[in-house]
Unconditional design. Structure first.
Ligand SMILES: C[S@@+](CC[C@H](N)C(=O)[O-])C[C@H]1O[C@@H](n2cnc3c(N)ncnc32)[C@H](O)[C@@H]1O
Length: 159
């Protein structure tokens, strides 16, 4: 399975970069992982709704260029479906059984994700009703994908 994580902006904090590197290394045993970063737009403080929509559209255009025909696209969205870790593992397993060989996760930028990407996605996944920073979301997603592979391989890790 090829897993892409399409995300916005560079991760600046070293502790997040370390965590991303660690989970990427661990996942290397189970799938082919690509982290595809697109450039972020500067967001002024107190930007109007119109300005925010414009920023999300520009970031969305960059994200769209990475979306591949035939890939199963999972957009991370606060109002998406909430599942357990076991349910998430089952979803990845079932996609493989259905013949999907490429999953692309998309994480929005600091002010969120363009509506066009959300509409294009095959599935919207929520990690709770709380808002997490987009850069931390990368770590949380990687850990849950790793957990899913450990669950599916019946290997110790998930408790
Ligand atoms: C800081 S959040 C954007 C907040 C924005 N107000 C919104 O509603 O999308 C940045 C990105 O992180 C992801 N994200 C943050 N919290 C999330 C959650 N609880 N579940 C799923 N994705 C989340 C989403 O992809 C979001 O576009």
């Amino acid at each position: 399975m090829q897993i892409d994580i399409i995300c916005v902006g560079k991760v600046k904090e070293q502790y997040l970069r370390d965590a991303i590197a660690e989970y990427s290394k661990r996942l290397g045993r189970y799938c082919k992982l690509n982290i595809l970063e697109v450039a972020d737009e500067k967001t002024p403080e107190h930007a109007s709704e119109g300005v925010e929509r414009h920023i999300k559209a520009k970031e969305g255009e960059r994200i769209a260029k990475h979306i591949k025909p035939g890939a199963y696209v999972i957009a991370l969205a606060i109002d998406g479906q909430q599942v357990t870790s076991e349910g998430f593992a089952r979803k990845i397993d079932q996609l493989g059984i259905q013949g999907v060989s490429h999953i692309q996760f998309v994480i929005g930028g600091s002010i969120g994700m363009d509506d066009a990407i959300l509409r294009q996605a095959n599935y919207k996944l929520s990690f709770s009703k709380m808002t997490f920073p987009h850069q931390l979301m990368r770590v949380i997603l990687l850990e849950q994908v790793y957990r899913a592979y450990k669950i599916n391989a019946h290997e110790p890790y998930h408790k």
